[in-house]
Write a protein of this length. Sequence first.
Length: 346
Amino acid sequence: MTGRSQGYLAATACVLGFGACTAPTEHTDLRPDGPPEVLAVLASDDPDGAGAVETATFCKAGDDKRPGLVPAALAGPTQVCPDDLKMGTDEVTDTQPVDWYVRIQFDELLNPKVEDLLPVTDSAGKPTGIFQGSLANTQPVTITCAGVNVPYDGYYDPSGNSFTWPLGPSLYIQPLDTSTVATGSECQVTVKPDVAADKDGNHVPTAQLGPYTFKIAPLALVSENPGQPKDLTMPSTIDAGKPLVLTFNATMDVTSLVAGQVTIVDAADCNGTAPVVTHTAVIGMDKNSDQAIDVKDSGAAGTDAWLHAKTYIITFPTGIDVKDAAGGAGHFPDANKLTICFKTAT
């Protein structure tokens, strides 16, 4: 879970006059009267996993408190909900598979009891005076993907409104392990009727409990390193100790890529000019990322991935299937065979 350090400074004030104490006027864009309304539900949608992009999968129709154009978004001014209040929004279908989360924005502050504040300790186990919010015990929502409950944690963020980033007040909800959710899964989040409440004890209206749906993006190949040269007469030259790295958008099942499906040859050039020598592939998980799969030449010596001073051509057949760690299936591009050519240093 992505944690949050929280420090609450509670302050109350009253104005004495004629023996009475009245609450000060609160200048806020929130709506404290009535039950807490769900204004928007957002799913993380950042291909870099930086948390800068969240896309609305639900916008409350007819409510002028919902977010529209948010100028303060980290990725630049962002249109979260349509300006036309009569319009809703389309379901998010491309939530990034790794470290994804959802955010539920409300129109008023919730009772902070919706979360527990856990002390953050230093390396010696001593309290730092900082607290981290957790929904592990309160569990105010239910998340399911492909019909299966997804364990989660998160926190309550009392800050913000429909013009700030992130939007608030909100519940931030993230699965404990996103690798257990298959790419392409249909997911939904539902607010429980008896947990989240405002400071007056009002619960979320029944009609706004959800479920709110979104979908995890399909499994996809994101990059190859080295990549195919634009000019086949000028392939890149790599260190023979570095494997070909295939990076995907999800935690991968390395066994789903079968060595026999990968063709490796060395030739006089990238056009495959004779002499052509065939090699056997070795497939392994990349040491730097569980989203990446390494390809090497089984004939390489010692810690090398390739023979030295060779021009290699690596080919993956059209439509070759691979799977993520949760069994979600994807394949290499269909338009053409994926072919990568490079040279190895002497």
